[in-house]
Design a protein around this ligand. Sequence first.
Ligand code: PLP
Length: 425
Amino acid sequence: MSDVTTADRPAILGGRKAVIMNAARVAEANRWPIITDEEVGAVAEILRSGELSINPIAQELENDYRQFLGVKHALACCNGTSGIFAALHAFNLQPGDEVIVPSATYWASVMPVLWCGAVPIFCETESEQLGLDPDDVEKNITPRTKAIVIVHLWGIPSRMDRLLNIAKRHNLKVFEDASHAHGAKWQGRYCGTLGDAAVFSLQTNKLAPAGEGGILVTNDDSIYEHAQCLGHFERILPMKTPARRFAGTGFGMKYRISPMSAAIARIQLKHFPERNARRTENLEYLSRQIKPLGLNTFLAPNGIDRVYFLYLVQNIESKTGLTTVQLVKALQAEGCEVVGPRYPLLHQQPVFTEDKFIEIARLQHLPRESLPTYDPNTLPKTVAANEEILQLPSFPSADRELLDQYASAFRKVIGAANEIASMGD
Ligand SMILES: Cc1ncc(COP(=O)(O)O)c(C=O)c1O
């Protein structure tokens, strides 16, 4: 066989790999987070200051986020999960209240609902923007529904027009989990500023990371005050409102960010625009090449600016001619870093299917029939969509050469779909 033929033939069928860039260059192209001497210096400065616990850098970070998003309040927390709990706790949910949530998300979008004594009601994910399906949300609203958790999954803004409209009509609080969505916009407005409160996780692989950290944002004074009382007792005494009387105890949690993390977060946010633009440019470039092959690359519809926390593509089997398992295997043989679905669907987890949630939410006193039952065989659309998703690297610093090699891997594999499919899964 000539060189040309082996290069064109999929590696899984004996041809040469498409991704031939050396491992060190690939690692550099995908390195995240990008940490330079700037962060090292900023952390060293904090260490030398000796103020390792309460340090004004936390408020400086909050100011940065307030300015970035144009919101009234930002509260830096020790991680996104604690910020989510603080925001939901401020919604004043009552035992057995229902909160609409997606199943296809990280557990921290949902589990804090239980610690508020409320129960999650899982709704379908729609397949275009991967957010809550407004039709299914509408169907699941009952007199007990008090709030909706909207997750802008992978950096794609959810269908906010319909979801906000539903929330308004039913008088529901809206929480946005914007952990994946730094900088994403819906109709020119930043995700995280569209509901009653939102949280951005600053965990290491997020778009503006701090190692560990979370930013709760809200325009609502009472949510902000409650969240401070819950997890930031040192901020209560300086308050000028009656909540000041809680300064001796707070509401029982301690959620402030480490000053070292805050220092890293400030620098990462400063570099966010240029780094995010590069990641977006890379992924839009690759998307334009692989979309015509039958992949849904979740390019943002009109009026929406998505970001790419992770790069997910959907295999449309009727177009590519390959099952997701076959496609993943063949791409891996080409040297591509590609994996199947990432989050286990939450409505299928034992915490729900085995009724453990009742203990966690301390709802044993309520009649069993007044609480939801969770069936792993529900949400067929969410289950199907989850199985079609592949995760590729986010290529934060890749150059065109590597992206072209990935595109060529897709072209080779899908070009020989019949032969590969005949090998089975
Ligand atoms: C969608 C989502 N929500 C919440 C979180 C929780 O954030 P943290 O890890 O900062 O607690 C994460 C990630 O870690 C996440 O991916």
